[in-house]
Design a protein around this ligand. Sequence first.
Ligand SMILES: Nc1ncnc2c1ncn2[C@@H]1O[C@H](COP(=O)(O)OP(=O)(O)OP(=O)(O)O)[C@@H](O)[C@H]1O
Length: 370
Amino acid sequence: MADLTLRQVRKAYGSVEILHGIDLDIKSGEFIVFVGPSGCGKSTLLRTIAGLEDISSGTLQIDGETVNDVPPSKRGIAMVFQSYALYPHMTVYDNMAFGMRIARAPKEEIDRRVKAAADILQLTPYLARLPRALSGGQRQRVAIGRAIVRNPKVFLFDEPLSNLDAALRVATRIEIAKLKESMPATTMIYVTHDQVEAMTLADRIVVLKDGYIEQVGSPMELYKNPGNLFVARFIGSPSMNILPATVSRAGARTEVKLPEGHTVEVPVETPASAAGAKVHFGVRPEDLRVAREGESVFLEGKVDYVEQLGEVQLVYLDIGRADEPLVVKLPGGAPVERGAPLRLTASAEDLHLFAEDGSSLRRRQLPVAA
Ligand SMILES: Nc1ncnc2c1ncn2[C@@H]1O[C@H](COP(=O)(O)OP(=O)(O)OP(=O)(O)O)[C@@H](O)[C@H]1O
């Protein structure tokens, strides 16, 4: 059981500040995922929580106690790295027992905990093996087992699956989800580049950019109601289509004019003063569909390229913008021909509007329940 509180946490290396005043409250037992582009400070933030990096200013509290100056081994935290970091000359059992032996725990207690962790992670048949006789996925499970044995209050994962191949990633991701279920009181913080890991594992996702938090919310909150253009583009794959637009009618429902001349009504309230304002219009590839006869169309173009993925196909539509095509995700069986015209529509509640500065207009008006 551990709550974590970060207040104005800053981290600088020399004169270069990497984290710029992070405020975050993590509740006991939560599964938190940090995501963001390469170099945004995810690992630095995790290592700061672990105590592997000093905090330049601000406070980090674990269960109400300020731990800025508490060494890593005394924080009740265990960390699992991408590289596994197993001792090659020790068996799986000894690797898992190592930390407790150093802490001079009683032999029976060590044995009980190692066997319990091996059981949870299905490692019992491998306890006498050396790491080199294990697959990558099994090695990562040993690294996780070594952390479980220490019975941490907080579990930190730094891209633990990134060295695994695609199939093993899926299997180990499910192991981690089950591990969380079997340890409901343990707080977990997980860093990843992978959208699917973030969406499937997180209770809440923290989106970071350039050392700032852009948004914190449940996976569906961030997907349905991104707070700004950055989060809208970052969450979801392929990314949300964003088009420049102008407000043609403000009011309880806002009508915007798209670059190709169509107008579309978005269920977002704007003040009368918004008329004529430049905005960004957003729609996700999976929310677009081919318009039936008589349905209102707001985007149309020529099919430039199709990626057939089997279950779905990604259609790249030339809508007359030199820079970016419009991306549409259609069912794999839909008849789509290169060069053919496509007329598209979407449900009004799936449309997004952002102010010129990138902040969401929808979010303020239509909060979505978690
Ligand atoms: N020891 C260090 N000294 C100086 N700069 C550092 C140090 N460690 C990290 N940085 C810088 O801090 C920034 C954030 O790095 P960090 O590893 O936290 O990013 P990240 O979001 O985890 O990136 P990635 O997804 O690529 O792992 C980067 O610009 C990096 O170069």
